[in-house]
Design a binder for this molecule. Structure first.
Ligand SMILES: *Cc1c(COP(=O)(O)O)cnc(C)c1O
Length: 464
């Protein structure tokens, strides 16, 4: 499998190099040169497999040339062994035609574990093979950071620097990052928003000399392997509900567009997915785009669902690349203008193509609380604010659809206990393995929103 950049000029790379590169040298994101297609018969043969076995089969065509299928199966078995539910990603029926897939049974209780547990092992495998070290640099709006730290703690060949926006992640999220006591883990609280953190990461990746000097690698969903690890559960849910003989739609609480883009990937591989509902909080740039065809960045506003407090959804570029008929140069010009002006009007025909599959949805904090309360009253289920937005989107977005809709529950309710308690009067408890989280000591450094300061900090630590 070969990968091309969405900006059209970076080298075409194989899986291993894409895994280590993160962002492409031309500032673009890597996507498969061609999606592997499975037949209906192929999909049916996957239906009885366990989650880890399915993961290995789905990932195999994408990782071909990096590791053989037996090695991949071993890594997948190991990656999902410690998840807190035997089904790994269980499905629950909430209402007629409405299902929820729980993606919060990994070590850090958010869906990011599903990809990062395997990505951490892939890093190990490839770095070991090449005798190399890497410096992972990532920005987090809360959940990526802890999932990456958990996946990479104590690994010899990797130093990890995770930036989070100071005061804008929940206490559970912060503690899950800052209480990990491993010498290769460095937490940095940036005075700014998540978009500021993401811009710092991009700035350092675009400094090619620095990038080579410290061997920068990415764990954000700009890294293709993240998206890859997420395709698996879309396949899982669709097969469980009758695909490939029956359509299955998805509603996805969305921030950086990485999760929902994996749903697009599952569809490109041949699953009958007629609709992907992109659910936003008040930071609704994608909902506004789907309504009007123009991307317009506004200031990020904090909400009850901080992992979706994003205005510049980096993975959206992967979708635009296809809507632009893979014309990387045209996309490069438009994305550069968007970064400069904060505004981009996409040609009507391109916008229409996106709208054929994607529907937008937005919900403010009051609506989010109301959905948490409604679901609890009707079913007894406690859900976190992100998942609640997905559920509300699924309820609203089923018009004209005669198929099941699966909303992805992206975080455990105990990650956001205050919001859940306020809406329901019940405080969700952390699973046993995290019960002492509030007693563990924290380790974190503060840093100004300044690329030079960050560069210096990383140089200093990596030299030690
Ligand atoms: C990261 C995250 C999201 C957003 O996912 P994207 O892939 O960035 O769109 C939604 N909900 C939770 C709980 C998250 O951690």
């Amino acid at each position: 499998m070969r990968y091309v950049s969405t900006r059209g000029t970076a080298s075409v790379l194989g899986f291993e190099d894409v895994l280590l590169a993160g962002l492409a040298r031309d500032g673009g994101l890597y996507v498969p040169e061609e999606w592997p297609r499975l037949s209906a018969g192929d999909f049916k043969a996957l239906a009885p497999l366990s989650y880890p076995a399915l993961a290995a089969r789905i990932m195999a065509p994408f990782t071909a040339g990096c590791l053989d299928e037996d090695a991949l199966a071993t890594l997948c078995a190991d990656a999902y062994a410690d998840f807190g539910h035997p089904a790994v990603a269980p499905l629950k029926q909430l209402d007629d035609g409405l299902w929820m897939m729980e993606l919060f049974h990994g070590p850090t209780l958010a869906f990011k574990d599903y990809a990062l547990q395997i990505v951490g092992r892939l890093f190990d495998h490839v770095l070991g093979k090449r005798g190399r070290r890497m410096t992972v640099l990532g920005a987090t709006s809360g959940d990526t950071g802890s999932a990456a730290i958990e996946a990479l703690r104590g690994r010899d060949a990797v130093d990890v620097f995770i930036l989070h926006p100071e005061g804008r992640v929940s206490e559970v999220q912060r503690r899950q990052m800052t209480t990990v006591d491993a010498p290769n883990i460095h937490n940095i609280a940036v005075e700014g928003t998540f978009d500021d953190c993401q811009d710092l990461v991009k700035a350092l990746f675009n400094d090619h000399a620095f990038r080579d000097e410290v061997g920068l690698g990415a764990v954000n969903s700009i890294n293709w392997a993240r998206v890859l690890g997420q395709i698996v559960y879309y396949v899982r849910a669709a097969l469980a509900l009758g695909a490939p003989d029956r359509d299955v739609a998805f509603a996805v609480p969305t921030g950086n567009f990485g999760n929902i883009f994996a749903g697009y990937g599952a569809r490109e591989m041949g699953l009958p997915i007629p609709r992907l509902i992109c659910a936003s909080n008040r930071n609704d740039i994608l909902a506004r785009f789907l309504e009007g065809g123009s991307l317009e960045a506004r200031a990020v506003e904090p909400s009850l669902s901080p992992s979706m407090d994003i205005q510049i959804s980096s993975n959206f570029e992967r979708l635009l690349f296809d809507a632009y008929d893979r014309d990387g140069q045209a996309l490069d010009a438009d994305m550069t203008a968007f970064r400069r002006d904060g505004r981009l009007s996409v040609e009507r025909s391109r916008w229409h193509r996106i709208r054929e599959l994607f529907a937008g949805f937005r919900l403010d904090d009051a609506g989010t609380r109301a959905e948490i309360a409604r679901l609890y009253a009707e079913t007894g289920e406690l859900v976190d604010p992100h998942s609640a937005i997905g559920i509300a989107a699924a309820r609203a977005g089923t018009e004209g659809l005669a198929c099941p809709v699966v909303c992805l529950a992206t975080a455990h309710p105990a990650k956001f206990p205050d919001a859940v308690e306020k809406a329901t009067g019940r405080r969700p408890a952390l699973p046993d393995r995290l019960a002492d989280l509030y007693d563990r000591p924290e380790r974190v450094e503060r840093l100004a929103n300044d690329a030079d300061a960050l560069r210096a900090r990383i140089r200093d630590m990596v030299a030690k």
